[in-house]
Structure formats: C-alpha cells, structure tokens
Design a protein around this ligand. Structure first.
Ligand SMILES: [Zn+2]
Ligand SMILES: [Zn+2]
Length: 279
C-alpha cells in the first residue's frame, strides 16, 4: 500500500512561506495498491487539486470516502481535474446523516448556488453518491472499516483501510475530550478509537492542538497531538502521522511539536504535502 499525502491542514487553507514545507492545503490523502494508480481517496479538501499531477493527468477511478462534510474536507471537489473529468469514475461515500436526505443532497447543501456556481450533478465524469452506515465495507479495492468518532457539528467517521497486508487508520477530526478527560486530560482511549487504530502500520490522526492549548478548546472537536501518540502505543499502531495541522501553525511550530515525541515508543512524524509513505 502507498499513502500519498495531498493536503494536511485543518479548518481552512494556510498559504504563505511560513507554511510551505508542510503545506497549506486542507485534508486529502490518496491510497494506492503498491505501484498502481491511487484508487481510494480520503477526504476532498483543497489538497485534492494535487491529484491531477499525481495521476499524470489521467482521470481518477475509484472511491472517495468523506470522514465528514465540513468545508476543509469538501472544497477541493470541484477543483481537481483528476475527478472533474469526462473519464473519471467516482464513488463518493459520506457518513449517513440519519436525516433521510440522499447523500448527493447533503453534498449539495454546501455546493450549489448561491454558495457555489454549480452543484455536484454538474461535475464531469461518472459520479455516484451514497451514505455509509458504520461497519465493514469494500471501497476502491480496499477493505474499509467505518466507525463514528466524536467531533463537532455533523456525524463523523474514522476509517481503517486495509489491503489485506497493510493497514492505516484515518481519524482526521477527532475530539475524544468530548467523552471526558481520560487519564491525561486529552480524552479517553475509547473502544472505537482503539478498534480503528489496533495494529495499523500508520495512524493518521488529528493533531490540531497542543496539550497546553486543549483545555481552552475542548469544545472545538479536535485532539491534542499527544493523544494519537499515546493511542498508538496502547493500540499497537506502528507509526503516527500527525495530521490536520492548525492553520495558524507555522512549519517550525509543527516541527517543535514533533520533537516533543522523540522519546515515544512509536515513530512520530508530521504530515507534509507531497510525501509518499510506502507500507
Ligand atoms: Zn477538518
Ligand atoms: Zn471537521
């Protein structure tokens, strides 16, 4: 499995030289079976624009799993020539909103006039939109476990993706402190987080805050960077990729957060656009 990191920011893009090394685009990760073209996308933040170059201008064919519907996870959708393409075949899966609306109508709430000039039905290529219930699924040639995790404002899933040999967990937006303080005040290591992270080769996880910042931001739906490091140690995950960097966090500040975990029992790095992780 190859994990292509296309967008790493949370909340809103962060342009500018102070953010250039890790990158300013919002959440998007493309997953490929070894050397094949990526067939599974996790989220469609502005990082999705980078997929065209990654695919050598070929159209994308596969599944796009949205963890939730916030802007920083959807706004790349109409701006990627790999998916808005006559040859594209895109199966979009979103968390079931439990409100009876079809998946395409949920996407349309944010993507239609007067908010945006076109609706999802005007994207070029062959598109399907579906609501996923929690549980096990097949998508883009991978086995996928989708489970609901605490965040803020709309149902949110964490995903575990496996090709049968390697596995990653993707919890881009996760606010476990909503469930209580847990042992260190960062939130409990609840059963769902443990199930998603158990034994994975790579845990891609929300690291929006520092432990010092978290007490004033508990209601925002995100994690302290310390949480995924401890979660990985407890769940037997083999490595941590800190993800969903706060848009105010400069590259040097992200590096300083990583340095805090030099003594962790698992290797910890910070997500940077353009990197490829070979598992
Ligand atoms: Zn987000
Ligand atoms: Zn969010």
């Amino acid at each position: 499995m190859k994990v292509h990191v296309l967008g790493v920011r949370g909340s809103t893009p962060a342009p500018g030289h102070a953010f250039a090394r890790h990158g300013g685009n919002t959440s998007c990760v493309a997953v490929a079976r070894d050397d094949a073209a990526p067939s599974l996308l996790l989220d469609a933040g502005t990082g999705l624009r980078g997929l065209g170059a990654l695919l050598g201008e070929r159209p994308f064919r596969g599944a796009l799993l949205l963890g939730h519907l916030h802007w920083d996870h959807t706004q790349g959708l109409p701006f990627s020539r790999a998916v808005d393409n006559d040859g594209a075949e895109v199966r979009v899966c979103i968390p079931d909103q439990d409100d009876g609306d079809a998946a395409i109508d949920v996407v349309r709430r944010a993507m239609s006039p007067p908010h945006f000039p076109i609706g999802p039905e005007e994207l070029r290529g062959a598109w399907s939109f579906e609501s996923l219930e929690p549980g096990e699924h097949h998508a883009g040639g991978f086995e996928v476990l989708a489970l609901e995790i605490p965040h803020k404002g709309g149902r949110t899933y964490g995903y575990r993706v496996s090709d049968g040999r390697s596995a990653i967990a993707y919890l881009s937006d996760h606010g476990p402190a909503a469930l209580g303080p847990g042992p260190e005040g960062w939130g409990p290591y609840h059963d769902t987080a443990m199930a998603l992270a158990a034994g994975v080769d790579l845990l891609v996880h929300d690291a929006q805050h520092t432990a010092e910042e978290l007490p004033a931001r508990v209601g925002w739906g995100h994690s302290a960077a310390d949480y995924p490091v401890r979660l990985a140690e407890l769940a037997g995950a083999k490595a941590v990729l800190l993800f969903h960097h706060d848009p105010i966090r400069t590259d040097d500040e992200v590096d300083a957060i990583v340095e805090r975990f030099a003594g962790a029992r698992v290797p910890v790095t910070a997500a940077a656009e353009g990197t490829v992780i070979d598992l």
